[in-house]
Design a protein around this ligand. Structure first.
Ligand SMILES: N[C@@H](CCC(=O)N[C@@H](CS)C(=O)NCC(=O)O)C(=O)O
Length: 212
């Protein structure tokens, strides 16, 4: 049985939860695990991050690697299309969302969520880099009705967790949502959140946030 370790406010933990619920994969969860650079934790998760999974005594970190494992191990309800090029297009979109949007916006989190300082040069650098990610997302996302086309994919699991973080962080840092120019984003997220799995993960996230 797969055991997912992390906490329910983490967008990457929640991305894995979404895939588990949507695919109907049985799992256990330890939602009390926090990132750490302690030796003992690094032995479990080498970058010191959450989430990680334990599968048959083997630990696996990096949410994308976990989702790919789930696709291979539990193909019955897929979150990737069958055709190689279509699969690659989903991974392309997911990479843009994570590498060029969430990871860029993440540079603001210390300042906007944890009381750190936000220097003008940091803000300017993030604004410039994020504009490229947002432009790429707008070019690639299809909203038909899902991010990569007619079927729900791992890109939607990523988008549902990361896009709200990008919006919130940029609203707080600049007074303007970096995604406001893409009109489809709000109705798309609303549509996703009407799915039972997405509604459940969202409810768990709110519950965990309220306890903080
Ligand atoms: N690329 C990683 C990112 C995971 C990540 O950044 N998790 C955050 C929590 S949402 C974390 O552990 N942050 C602590 C740190 O970076 O040291 C993944 O996809 O799993």
């Amino acid at each position: 049985m797969l055991r997912l370790c992390g906490f329910r406010v983490s967008n990457y933990h929640n991305k894995v939860l979404l895939a588990l619920l949507e695919k109907g994969v049985p799992y256990e969860e330890d939602a009390t695990v926090k990132p750490s650079q302690d030796e003992a934790y690094l032995a479990r998760s080498p970058m010191g991050k959450v989430p990680y999974a334990e599968i048959d005594g083997v630990r696996l970190c990096e949410s994308s690697a976990i989702l790919e494992y789930l696709e291979d191990a539990y193909p019955a309800k897929p979150l990737l299309p069958k055709a190689p090029l279509a699969r690659a297009k989903v991974r392309e979109l997911t990479t843009v969302i994570e590498l060029h949007m969430e990871l860029v916006a993440r540079r603001l989190y210390g300042g906007v969520f944890f009381g750190g300082t936000l220097s003008d040069s940091l803000k300017a650098g993030v604004e410039k880099d994020l504009a490229k990610g947002v432009r790429a997302f707008a070019a690639l996302a299809r909203f038909e009705p899902f991010a990569a086309g007619a079927e729900l994919t791992i890109a939607d699991c990523a988008a549902a967790c990361h896009l709200p973080m990008v919006s919130l962080a940029t609203k707080l840092a600049y007074g303007r949502d970096a995604l406001e120019g893409i009109a489809q984003v709000k109705p798309y997220l609303k549509m996703l959140n009407e799915r039972p799995a997405f509604a459940q993960v969202n409810a768990w996230r709110k519950e965990a946030q309220a306890k903080k």
